[in-house]
Design a protein around this ligand. Structure first.
Ligand code: 5GP
Ligand code: ZN
Length: 114
């Protein structure tokens, strides 16, 4: 997707503070952090929303989560805790239409979200 900001980050066309990368996924710091630690973990392949991800890509979704857990451990969030969130479409609060898993931590997070 040529006009997708997260595709551009995945392609290194747009700068981001990258925390992890392999052939399939890339993790980078959110530009407007909502917590002391706020990373976004995305697939390099473009899927606009979770609704577009076919069941055969379950492994890729799993890799987003295991990557987030690994980063949470490396950033010493694991013991105190953290939150993983993926928003979908307008009611879910999605604003960037390339799926991304939020990793939030470093403070006590409230529940339920607004
Ligand atoms: P959503 O609301 O779609 O779940 O989350 C999108 C997230 O992307 C927001 O937390 C927002 O701050 C972040 N974001 C939007 N544009 C950029 C950008 O250009 N670079 C980075 N690093 N984060 C961005
Ligand atoms: Zn994209």
């Amino acid at each position: 997707m040529s006009d997708c900001i997260f595709c551009k980050i995945a392609n290194h066309e747009v700068k981001a503070r990258i925390a992890f990368e392999n052939d399939r996924v890339i993790a980078f710091h959110d530009l407007f952090p909502a917590a002391p630690v706020h990373l976004l973990i995305i697939p390099k392949a473009h899927f606009s929303t979770l609704n577009e991800v076919p069941a055969e890509q379950a492994g890729l979704l799993g890799e987003l989560m295991t990557t987030a857990v690994q980063l949470a451990k490396e950033l010493n969030l694991a013991e105190d805790g953290y939150r993983l969130v993926m928003n979908c479409n307008a009611n879910g609060g999605q604003s960037v239409y390339h799926i991304h898993l939020h990793l939030l931590g470093g403070r006590k997070l409230t529940w339920p979200p607004g």
